[in-house]
Design a protein around this ligand. Structure first.
Ligand code: 8OZ
Length: 368
């Protein structure tokens, strides 16, 4: 059957996958409030979704400074590592693979979420017209403090330590979150990076922070277990670039020298339309990459099957459909109906809208 390639085994770098259906990284804001740790509830949630060939965890901050929203998990403390061990075990014992998405939000934060009430940091002191959730309300993201060049090595070191913690927690690899207007993306784009030192200006300079982060994590992990997510044509979190095609062509050529596990692209606007702006060419970006290509954003069964069958993608990451359908790969394979997502339980809370969506066997009733 020509239909079945999506459900056939594949490799993402050196990670062997039982199928090509990936669970996309999904922020759910359910970490333990006192220490930003995942716990048994997360093990249950991710374990339920282990029909995926690969699970990418929700974005997880590499340091307290890297945090931008209430109740997102970290990967910088021993308690967090212990929590993640429960998650990796629950997923791997069902034959799936799991990588953790390493995250620093940069300017998409607020003093109430920062150590000692400090201002969030960014390449330049330019505010994003964006909002974050501080645990009580949605608040505007304020003008960040521009990082001094001397501070950058310690942030790179936070990524290295987080990569080491990920290994201790039993992950199969890591994904670098370089998308959606967070810190790495803020360095890459000329709208948010107006530095005049070695980290700003030319493409080589704007990519320097990413290069340093990559080299730090590659001192811990073999390259075949390190993936990266980019969102070249997204304006998420008010990110802007005068020439994203040129920026990301440069970035992808740079990535090629490392032999990474995979390139994961958000196609179009994050969580929104798949349209690519005038002058943008997504296929050309994928074509530049010499490894496994993963696509995400608005894929349904038909689009995913045809993208994998026609060779434009190797893997397809599903986000929202995985929230409401713990057994999404089985449902896709059987062409079964999908549960509806409950938008009220997306962010924050407990088991409701998290671990209580039914599998096909349990009956396809939508969450109340
Ligand atoms: C939704 C809400 C908060 C954060 C991203 C990590 O867009 C996120 C995120 C998504 O990459």
């Amino acid at each position: 059957m020509t239909d079945t390639k999506l459900f056939s085994p594949a490799k993402a770098g050196t990670i062997e996958l039982k199928n090509r259906v990936v669970m996309a990284p999904l922020t759910r804001n359910r970490a333990r409030a006192e220490d930003d740790s995942p716990y048994e509830l997360h093990a249950e949630y991710y374990g339920q979704r282990a029909g995926a060939g690969l699970i990418i965890t929700e974005a997880s901050q590499v340091s307290p400074q890297g945090k931008g929203y209430a109740w997102t998990p970290g990967i910088h403390s021993d308690a967090q590592v212990e929590g993640w061990k429960k998650v990796t075990r629950a997923v791997q014992e069902k034959g799936s693979k799991i990588v953790i998405q390493l995250w620093h939000v940069g300017r998409i934060s607020h003093p109430v979420l920062q150590p000692d009430g400090a201002d969030p940091v960014a390449p330049s002191a330019i505010a994003a017209q964006s909002k974050t959730f501080d645990g009580t309300a949605f608040v505007d993201t304020p003008t960040p403090r521009a990082l001094k060049a001397e501070e950058i090595p310690s942030i790179v070191e936070d990524y290295r330590k987080a990569a080491e913690n990920a290994k201790r927690a039993g992950f199969d690899g890591i994904e670098i979150h370089a998308a959606n207007g967070y810190l790495i993306d803020q360095f890459l784009r000329d709208g948010s990076n107006q530095r005049d030192d070695a980290y700003g200006g030319s493409l080589e300079n704007r990519s320097r922070f990413l290069k340093e982060v990559l080299e730090a994590v590659l001192s811990v992990w073999e390259p075949g277990r390190v993936g990266i997510r980019l969102s070249p044509f997204s304006n998420a979190n008010d990110i802007a670039d005068s020439n994203p095609q040129e920026t990301f062509s440069y970035v992808i050529r740079l990535l090629n020298s490392y032999g990474l596990s995979y390139l994961h692209l958000v196609e179009g606007q994050t969580g929104g339309p798949r349209d690519i702006p005038e002058g943008g060419d997504l296929a050309a970006l994928y074509a530049l990459f010499n490894g496994t290509r993963m696509g995400n954003n608005g894929y349904d069964r038909d689009l995913a099957i045809s993208a994998v069958n026609d060779g434009s993608l190797d893997l397809v990451a599903f986000g929202r459909p995985f929230i409401a359908n713990p057994d999404l790969p089985a449902r896709l394979e059987l062409e079964a109906p999908l549960n509806e997502l409950d938008p009220d339980t997306l962010y924050g809370g407990g088991a409701k809208g998290y671990t209580d969506y039914p599998t096909l066997a349990e009956g396809s009733v939508a969450a109340e």
